[in-house]
Design a protein around this ligand. Structure first.
Ligand code: OGA
Ligand code: NI
Length: 362
């Protein structure tokens, strides 16, 4: 594995490129024709959307007796198995906080470059302000900048590595993360029950309470040639569960559905939830992490907040023995998440190649 100490080329902020007024994007951002957005999206799929699920009235755990017959649990079960993606409304996270958070981050990205550069990141931990994923020299890059920070485990939570501007940003990150972790914990229970297992099953599989949780805020600047590039290349999320707060007004996320890409239509104040690779491994592929990517446009910038709920990073994650049978042997070898995520951190986003390669290695 290559050294992850520094970037292989000088870092270029995509936002600065965009704001310079160029009419053509540099070659570094031009994707091969087969990866470009227009080639595979067909007008037909515009009508479809990922399932929208209302969590109002659904109580799992101490608060109520929801069982596998609960209609909401059934909807979640179907969405997890069929799409790997769904939106949730009435999820318990304060919508005002969600909007404030998104607008604070928009403000952050509109600060002068020097203010953001104080937080410039390195591929060693990825924490801070970044503009690429992967360290391969000469790689074709994505049309986005981002900010990555840790909320959990507690020992990695370092407020100094969170932006101090705009002034309320750190406070909002703390409160938002607390609420999103709570929602993630509830979802973990629902997914456990839907596997026919005790509600604390997946949480225990992830290592208990002090799991990993981190935030990646994506900033997709306007792009003069959106047909030639992607805001974020196709990938599956390496972690457990992802809760995405998208830009309310600008679609961009596309989810793989067989051979086509479905553009997600974001619902006001909803979260987009998706299954990550670690959940696929732990569930022995009953739940599948699904490929997704982001397209950009020439008229509007886009901000999204991806919150990753991950297993404890130093424990081996393998198919749960309860889900391994003679008919369905363990599909993956055990691996820690620390080890697992080195792949995307080195090579950048590459569809589902990592989790698939684990499978074929056996
Ligand atoms: C991600 C991601 C989607 C988006 O950050 O992993 O898939 O809409 N983001 O920004
Ligand atoms: Ni993703």
């Amino acid at each position: 594995m290559k050294s992850l100490q520094s970037w292989p080329e000088p870092v270029v902020r995509v936002q600065a490129l965009s704001e310079s007024g160029i009419r053509a994007i540099p070659d570094r951002y031009v994707k091969p024709p087969s990866d470009r957005p227009s080639v595979v999206s067909s007008p037909m799929v515009k009508e479809v959307n990922i399932p929208v699920i209302d969590l109002k009235g659904l109580f799992v755990g101490a608060n109520g007796p929801s069982g596998p017959d609960d209609p909401t649990l059934r909807q979640i079960n179907e969405a997890c198995r069929d799409w790997g993606f769904f939106q949730v409304v009435n999820h318990g996270v304060d919508p005002k906080l969600m909007r404030m958070m998104r607008e604070s981050w928009r403000e952050f990205f509109h600060l002068p470059l020097e203010a953001k550069q104080r937080y410039a990141n390195s591929p060693c931990t990825y924490e801070g302000y970044g503009s690429r994923l992967g360290v391969e020299k000469g790689a074709v890059l994505d049309w986005s900048d981002y900010y990555f920070l840790h909320y959990m485990p507690q020992c990695l939570r370092n407020h100094e590595k969170w932006p101090d501007l705009p002034p309320s940003c750190r406070e909002q990150i703390a409160e938002y993360s607390k609420q999103v972790v709570e929602l993630s914990g509830r979802l973990m229970k629902m997914l456990s029950l839907n596997l026919g297992l005790p509600e604390d099953f997946l949480q225990r599989g992830f290592g208990g309470e002090d799991i990993g949780a981190c935030l990646r805020v994506n900033f997709y600047p306007k792009c003069p040639q959106p047909d030639l590039t992607l805001g974020l290349s196709s990938h599956s999320d390496p972690g457990g569960l992802t809760l995405l707060l998208p830009d309310e007004n600008v679609p961009g996320l596309q989810v793989r559905r067989d051979e086509s890409w479905v553009t997600v239509n974001p619902i006001s104040d909803a979260f987009i939830v998706n299954i990550g690779d670690q959940m696929q491994v732990l569930s022995n592929a009953i739940y599948k992490s699904v490929e997704h990517r982001v397209i950009v446009n020439s008229a509007k910038e886009r901000v999204s907040l991806a919150f990753f709920y991950n297993p404890k990073s130093d424990i081996p994650i393998a198919p749960a023995s309860e889900l391994v049978t003679e008919d369905r042997p363990a599909l993956y070898p055990a691996m820690t998440f620390d080890e697992y995520r080195l792949y995307i951190r080195t090579k950048g986003p590459r569809g589902k190649s990592q989790v698939e390669s684990l499978k074929s290695a056996r």
